[in-house]
Design a protein around this ligand. Sequence first.
Ligand SMILES: [Zn+2]
Length: 494
Amino acid sequence: MNKKICVVLVLVFALSCLAACGGDYIDKASQNLNKYIIQLSYDEESQIISGVETFVFTNDTENTFDVLKFHIFANAYRQDAPMPIVAQNQKVKAYVNGYSYGEINFDKISVDGVDAAYSIGGDDNDILEVPLGKSLYPGQSVEVEMIFEIQLANIKHRLGYGDNTVNMGNFFPILCVIRNGEFLTDSYCCNGDPFISEMANFEVGLIAPENFVVGTSGDLILTEQITGGVKRTYAAKSVRDFALILSKNYTAQEKVTGKTTLTYLYFDDENYEQNAAICEQALEYFNNLFGAYPYPTLTVAQADFCFGGMEYPRLVMVSAEQENEDYQWSIVHEIAHQWLYGLVGNDQYRDAWMDEGLTEFVTLMFFDAHSEYGYDMKTEIATMMKSYTTYVDVLSSYLNTFDTSMQKPLNEFVSEQEYVYAAYVKGCLMFYDLYDTMGEARFKKALLSYIDTNKLEIASAQDMIDGFSIVYGVDLTGWFEAYLTGKDILSQVK
Ligand SMILES: [Zn+2]
C-alpha cells in the first residue's frame, strides 16, 4: 500500500464519517427522548379539534416526581383569561370578524391506564398538573393519556382559524421544562413567544376533509381513506414542538435544497415564484452560516396571522397581510429561527433577545449578501439606530427614566413595543456591534461553533456568551452584560 492510497482511504473514511455524523445526530438523539403520540380529528363546521394524546415520559433527571406539569396554551384563548391573547393595539388585526374565544377541555386523563385526578392552575389557567399516583424515580417511565377537545377561536393567531387557514400552533398539552427538579410553569404572555420546550419525538395523526392541504412539523408517513375524510399520519424525531396548518386554498411549490425538501404553501401570492425562490436562498444561506439543516423537510406556509410570522420546528407561518418586502423579510427571519430556537433552543420567556435579536441580525446578513433585494447593512443599522434612540429619548423624557435592559421575563416588559425594541431592535444592534468588533470571519466562526456546541439543547445566555468569547479569544461577559442590563451606550455603535 502506498501513501497516496492511504491518504485517499483516510479521506474516504473521513467523508463517510462526516456524512454519517451529519443529520444522523437527529436520529441518534431521538433514541433517548420523550414521545408524544397524538390523534386529532378536525371538524370544520364546529371548529373543534378532538384529540387523544399519549405522552411517554422517561425520568432522565436525578429527581423523583409524583406529578407532571404541562402547558395548555389553548386555554389562553378563553374569554375570561386574565392575560389578553394579544396586546390592545393588535386586537383589530387579530379579531377581524369580532371577538371570538377558544379553550381546551379534558374528558379524561389517565396514568398507566389509571384515571388521574388532574387539576388546572397557573396564572392564566394554562398549567395542567397530572398526579402520577406514585413516585417516579430516575430512569423510570410513565405513560399519560389525555382525551380532550379544543374549541378554536376565529382569530388570526398561532391557534385559531381565519378565512384561509386553520393554524394549529402551541395547541396540545406539552411538558413544562424541568430545571433542577422543578417545572417551569410560566403562564402565557402576549409579549413575545412565551414558550420553552425540550426536544421530543412525535407521531401525529390528523383526520380532516380530503380537500385540505396540510403543512406540518413532520414527515407524512401514512395516508388512510376513512369515512368522512382522510387520516394523515406524520412523524418527527428530535423536534421541540409540533405544529400544523391547514387550508383548502393552498397551492404548493416544492423544491429540494441540500438534503431538505422545501415546500412553499400559499393561497394568495402573485409573487409566488420569487417568494419560493427566497425560501430556497434563505435555506442555502443559513445552511452555510449555521451548518446543514438536519431535517428532511421544511414548510413555509402563508397564513392568516396578525404578526409577521411564527416559527415552529420544520414549519413556519408567514402572514399573508404584508407588503412583499416585509413578507420576504418575514420568510427569511422565520427560516433563520429553524436554527435559533429550533435546533438550538433558549429560554424564550427570559432570554428572548437570544433568538430574536440574533435572528433579526442574521436576516440582515442574508439581505446584505443578496444585493438584488436592495438592502445594505450599514444603512439598515443606521435606520434601526435612529428608531431605537428616538424611542428611548421620547420615553425617557416622558417617564423621566426608562429601563433599556433586555434580559427580563416577558411579563416584565411594560408593553409589546418595549419588548420589540429590546429583543429585536436593540438585540439586532447588539449583534451588529459584536459582528463589527469581531470581524465577519470570526463572527461567522462563532455562530457555527455556537450551533454545533448547543444543538438539540436549550442554551443559556452564558452558553452564547462563551461561544463568542472562545472564538474571539476575549471574555465578552462584561460586554454582553452592559447591553443586557441597559448600561450600554448605544450611540457608540458605528
Ligand atoms: Zn422571530
